[in-house]
Ligand binder design. Sequence first.
Ligand SMILES: Cc1cc2nc3c(=O)[nH]c(=O)nc-3n(C[C@H](O)[C@H](O)[C@H](O)COP(=O)(O)OP(=O)(O)OC[C@H]3O[C@@H](n4cnc5c(N)ncnc54)[C@H](O)[C@@H]3O)c2cc1C
Length: 426
Amino acid sequence: MILIHSRDRILQELDESLGYFAQKKLSQRGIEMVMNSRVQDASSNSVRYKSKITGEVTSIPTSLIICTIGNAPHPVIGQLDVANKAGRIDANECLQVVTDKDTDDEKVVPGLWALGDAAFVRDVTKKKEDGSYNICPPTAQYAIRQGTIAGKNIYAVIRDDPIRAFKFAGLGQMAVIGHLTGVAQVMGFNFSGFPAFFLWRLVYWMKLPGLLPKLRVALDWCIDLFFPTDITQMRVFRTEKVDRSHYHKGAWIFHEGEIGDSFYVIEKGEVDITKDQGEGKEPLVLATLKEGDSFGEIALLKKVARTAGARCKTPVDCLTMSRTDFQALSSTFKKFRDDLTKHVEKIGEQNKMRMTKQMTDRMSTGKLKEILEDDPEAKEADGDDNGAEKKTDKAKSSDQTGDKSASKADSKEKENQSEDKEVKSS
Ligand SMILES: Cc1cc2nc3c(=O)[nH]c(=O)nc-3n(C[C@H](O)[C@H](O)[C@H](O)COP(=O)(O)OP(=O)(O)OC[C@H]3O[C@@H](n4cnc5c(N)ncnc54)[C@H](O)[C@@H]3O)c2cc1C
C-alpha cells in the first residue's frame, strides 16, 4: 500500500511528534510513504503523482484507490455577495457576518450570521504575532458550540440585549491509525498508542444517544478486542449500471488481444484505436474517436479478444458498461444490437481498407522490401494472401497506366471516410 501526501508529514493538524509517531507506525506495517507529492490524476488502472520538490511525475499501476481529501465549502456559499476569496463567509467573534474583515473598514452586515464550516469565524483565543486572530478550525467541536452562541445572539438582538463573543479554545484532537493504535492531543497533553485509541473510542461512545445504542456498540467493540479482524466478504450489489472512468493522456484503455470486459462511450477527450505493427513499432492508428463516439463493442458482440487497442490521445472521460450489462441490454433491446452489429461490420471494412491503404502507401514509397525483411508477420500475410506484392504491382501499374481500379479504391476510401463521419455523428 502506498500513501501519497502533499506535505512533509501526515496529520499536520497534530503536534509534530504525534505526526511522526503515526508515520513510523504505518511504515512499520509496510505502508510506503510518498511525501511532498500531489496526485495529478487517477484512472481505473493507475494513479499519477507529481513530486513538489523534483517536479517528477510517477505512475503507480493500481486498480484500488482510497481517497481521503479534506472538505471544502459548498459552492453555493462562494456565489453569495458576502463570500470572501476563499469561498467562505467572514464573521466576527460574535458570529455576525462582516465585510473587509480585520481592516479599519470592517463593517457588520445587519441581520446576517455565519458559523460552522462555511464561515471564517475570528478565534479570539488565538492571537497571531501581527495582532490579528486565527480562524476557528472547521470541526464539529466548534460548529456545535457556535450554533448555541449564534442562537443566543439572534435572540438577544430581537430583545435588544447585548450579544456575546464565541470563546472556545478547543478540547484537543485525536486520530486512530488502526490496529488499536491512536494519537491524541488533549488539553495540551500528547498521547499515543493504545491509550490514545481507547480515549478516542471513549469520546465517540459517550456521544452516542441513549443507553441501548451505547450497550450494543460497547459489546461490539469488546468482541473486536478478542477476535481477529472479520474478513467475511459482503456481497454488495451495484445500483448503477453505467460507470464513469477517467484516463490520462497516453494511457491505454485496453490493449489488442486482451479479454474484452467493457463497452465505452467517450464523454470528453479523444481516443486512438490502434493496430499493433509488431514489436518496437509504433501502432497504426485506425481511427481517432471523439466525444459521443463509442468503442469496445466488437469483443463483446463477437465474443473474441480485443481486435484493436484503445489509447488516449488527450485526457479522456468515458462512460463504461460492463460485459454483463452490455449483453443484457443488447440481447433485449433489438435496435441497439442491430445498430451495433451494423456499426461493427462497417468498422471491420474500414479497418481492412485502412490497413490495405497503409500497405500500398508503404510499398509505393519503395519500402516493401524493408517491411518484409523487418516484419515476419507481414511476410506471412504476404504468403497467405495471393501476395501483397501482386497487389503492389497492380497498384504500381495502375499508377503508371492510369488504371481505373486505383481511382475506384480511392473513391471507396472516400466513401468509407464519409461513412465513418456518419457513424461518429450518429
Ligand atoms: C469524514 C469527516 C470526519 C470528521 N470528523 C470530525 C471529528 O472527528 N471531530 C470533529 O470535531 N469534526 C469532524 N469533522 C468535521 C465536522 O463534521 C464539521 O466541521 C461539521 O459537521 C460542520 O458543521 P456545519 O453545521 O458547519 O456543516 P455540516 O455539518 O456540513 O451541515 C451543513 C448542512 O447543510 C446542508 N446543505 C448543504 N447545501 C445545502 C443547500 N443548498 N440547501 C440546504 N441545505 C444544504 C447539508 O446537507 C448539511 O446537512 C469531520 C468531517 C468529515 C467530512
